[in-house]
Design a binder for this molecule. Sequence first.
Ligand SMILES: Nc1nc2c(ncn2[C@@H]2O[C@H](COP(=O)(O)OP(=O)(O)OP(=O)(O)O)[C@@H](O)[C@H]2O)c(=O)[nH]1
Length: 237
Amino acid sequence: MPDQADTQIHTPQAPPRCPAGTDCPNLEALDELRTEVAALTEQVHTDTLTGIANFRHFRQVLDQEMERTRRTGQATALIMVDLDFFKKVNDTWGHEVGNQALMQTAKLLTQATRRLDTPCRYGGEEFAIVLPSTELITAIQVAERLRSMIEGTPLIVGEKSLPLTASLGVDTFRTLPHASTEETAEDFIKRTDEQLYRAKHEGRNRVCHGITPIADKEANVSAEEKDALFGLFGNDD
Ligand SMILES: Nc1nc2c(ncn2[C@@H]2O[C@H](COP(=O)(O)OP(=O)(O)OP(=O)(O)O)[C@@H](O)[C@H]2O)c(=O)[nH]1
């Protein structure tokens, strides 16, 4: 038999009711709590240094957009961005100046993209942008615009102007609507990262992109779907 203290702990308490038409102090407390939860949720999804989305948020958005692609057949584009010779910036000018370069780059990423796109800090000096419902050709244009903005916006440190450049990899995830696909978010990131490393290897300060295969090995493609597909990619025959 539980003692009285136990009984009090385990008995569910009905929330106090507010009389209709009166100010209710509990509602105010609830509002405060909601504001606090919203602020904490934002913190969990934000990179502290740059103020843009962090890796955790990036992964959630990417999963969500890939799922949208599977359902609608509209491509999801991904751009990976890595500042060039960033170690040298840190070594020459110090970590604090390196941080300023990262903050400036994050600002440019936000300026160069639409509100629907999600620019994120992927980690270190690497960034990623998820572009929903975006074809490869458009994503390449966005990446090229961003590359040019980074190159054309040196970091001003006192009297000095510090040139910055970045290498970018671009690719898209696409599949036929409602077809099963085996490609995971990790595979897609890896595929796009390979383009980024190609850009580094080919001399940096450039955009490299893939030719996206249909990420669907098993789907039976109907004549109508084939027509739609060739309409999307353009038919060379
Ligand atoms: N200031 C600053 N530096 C960082 C941060 N995160 C990572 N870094 C630095 O970024 C540098 C990355 O160096 P590397 O991976 O050698 O790349 P890199 O020098 O840019 O060379 P490439 O990518 O090949 O052009 C390292 O010196 C890290 O210490 C950060 O939050 N702030």
